[in-house]
Design a protein. Structure first.
Length: 466
């Protein structure tokens, strides 16, 4: 039985029953009027059986499907193999309605129930697990960035055998979406759905899906910080994004200055303790959903200013975290010769407590306007080979190439960044390779192009100034 349907509260309405050959017109899939085939064979067989037996007999070829209510509300379903083309069309429509519900609410339970565990998609999604898990993760990513997106079905036609349904569809509502505060690129409007798709049904489940779209980029918001207070009005502050890896049974220790530090655990499980710099007293931690300073993968923390911090990896295996550091630097990110970056000194200081078992590297750096409070938003972008994203102006963006390469061009504004070897670069058109970083000023449009034969993975940090 399916779980509770989307958006419904209270008691379920009276159940409705439908069988093979019965037009299922009450199914409220978001769509234009759907054109579908409904062979008469199923109706004739059902009538003959009803007439001879005096009641409707459901054989293994004619599955009974019970609906508590339409898919836009709470309900339940029990099904076997679809008995006819009309059954298959209804199941396909229900699948796309469940996809719409997951995008709107983030509840993926009905999608999981309708999709076979061995589900496969063609083309496969880039940067996500294969099969049903990848589908679910992609729907959650769309929910986080474009919850108003809707799939509209224009037609659904089943094959003669009833095991495949060809669907013509379009998407609406994507223009309101945003990723980390940046309006979505036009290339992301379809999100990999449509315009022509085929779904195969087996044992009453969606078993395979073919899409007419090229693999879409995957935009995954990861975390968001609270506000970090501004520094002096007369000097620029620098933001550096570091990656810290901690071996089993190792501890990284550091002291924060006047500014807080924002942390997000990438992998592993860590424990964090805080002490006041002045008197060494333990500091309470009030942000986040975890307790006792335990940080599992995905957990975030905003460490207070003027505190001693110890982060231990007692559980093993090796763990990693991303750390955004704000510090005062004056009016330049680098010494006059441009050959070194002060952020490297920050990374060295973080790893100095245990250099053999703790490592720290600079992923990217940028400038924060004087005296400004900022909020960080961190996410990951996976771009398939040959894909392009054209971003409109938005907040300041820091990019770190985590895998692959990226051709970066900005709208008539010079950008800067740091290479994997620590050298700084200044240009408005460059290529980022693994380990390189870039800083794009606020209100600057940019084009990201992966012209390689492999996918690219990028960490993206946006700075919203308050």
């Amino acid at each position: 039985m399916l779980g509770r349907r989307f958006g419904q509260r209270g008691a379920a309405p009276e159940r409705k029953r439908w069988s093979a050959g019965t037009p299922y017109r009450d199914l409220p899939v978001t769509r234009a009027p759907v054109l579908r085939t409904q062979p008469r064979t199923g109706r004739l067989i059902a009538c003959l059986l009803a007439f001879s037996a005096g009641l409707l007999v459901l054989t293994s070829g004619l599955a009974g499907v019970y609906l508590e209510n339409p898919p836009s509300a709470a309900g339940a379903i029990s099904r076997e193999v679809p008995a006819s083309a009309s059954d298959s069309v209804a199941l396909a429509e229900w699948f796309y309605e469940a996809v719409n519900g997951a995008i709107e609410t983030g509840d993926i339970s009905t999608v999981i129930d309708l999709v076979d565990p061995t589900f496969a998609e063609y083309p496969a999604r880039t940067g996500l697990p294969a099969g049903r898990d990848g589908l679910v993760q992609s729907l959650l990513a769309i929910h986080a960035t474009s919850p108003a997106l809707r799939i509209v079905l224009d037609s659904a036609v089943a094959s003669a055998a009833g095991d495949e349904v060809t669907v013509r569809l379009r998407t609406t509502g994507a223009e309101t979406g945003a990723f980390l505060g940046i309006p979505l690129p036009d290339e992301m409007r379809p999100w990999g759905w449509g315009p022509l798709e085929v779904v195969r049904i087996a044992d009453g489940k969606i078993a395979e899906r073919w899409s007419g779209q090229e693999p879409a980029a995957v935009l995954q918001p990861l975390s968001e910080s609270g506000p970090l207070p501004g520094g002096e009005e007369t000097a620029l502050d620098v933001i550096a994004l570091l990656r810290v890896t901690i071996a089993p049974d190792a501890t990284v220790r550091f002291t924060t200055g006047l500014q807080a530090r924002f942390l997000m655990v990438e992998t592993g499980t860590l424990s964090m303790t805080l002490h006041d710099v002045a008197d060494g007293a333990p500091l309470p931690y009030s942000r986040g959903a975890w307790s006792e300073h335990k940080l599992d993968a995905g957990a975030t923390a905003l460490t207070p200013p003027r505190s001693e911090v110890a982060i231990a990896n007692a559980a093993g295996p090796q763990a990693s975290l991303l750390m955004a550091i704000r510090y005062a630097q004056g009016y330049s990110l680098a010494p006059p010769d441009g050959s070194a970056d002060p952020a490297q000194a920050q990374a060295t200081a973080v790893a100095s407590s245990d250099p053999t078992r703790v490592s720290s590297s600079v992923l990217t750096t940028g400038i924060i306007p004087p005296g400004s409070d900022v909020r960080f938003r961190l996410g990951r972008v996976t771009m398939p080979a040959g894909s392009t994203l054209t971003w409109p102006p938005g907040p300041a963006v820091l990019i770190a190439a985590d895998a692959g390469e990226l051709a970066l061009a900005t709208d008539e504004v010079g950008t800067e960044g740091i290479r994997a070897d620590g050298e700084r670069w200044f240009d408005d058109d460059t290529t980022l390779e693994t380990g390189d970083g870039a800083s794009i000023p606020a209100e600057t449009g940019s084009t990201w192009r992966n012209s390689s034969n492999n996918s690219s993975m990028l960490l993206v940090l946006t700075l919203t100034v308050s």
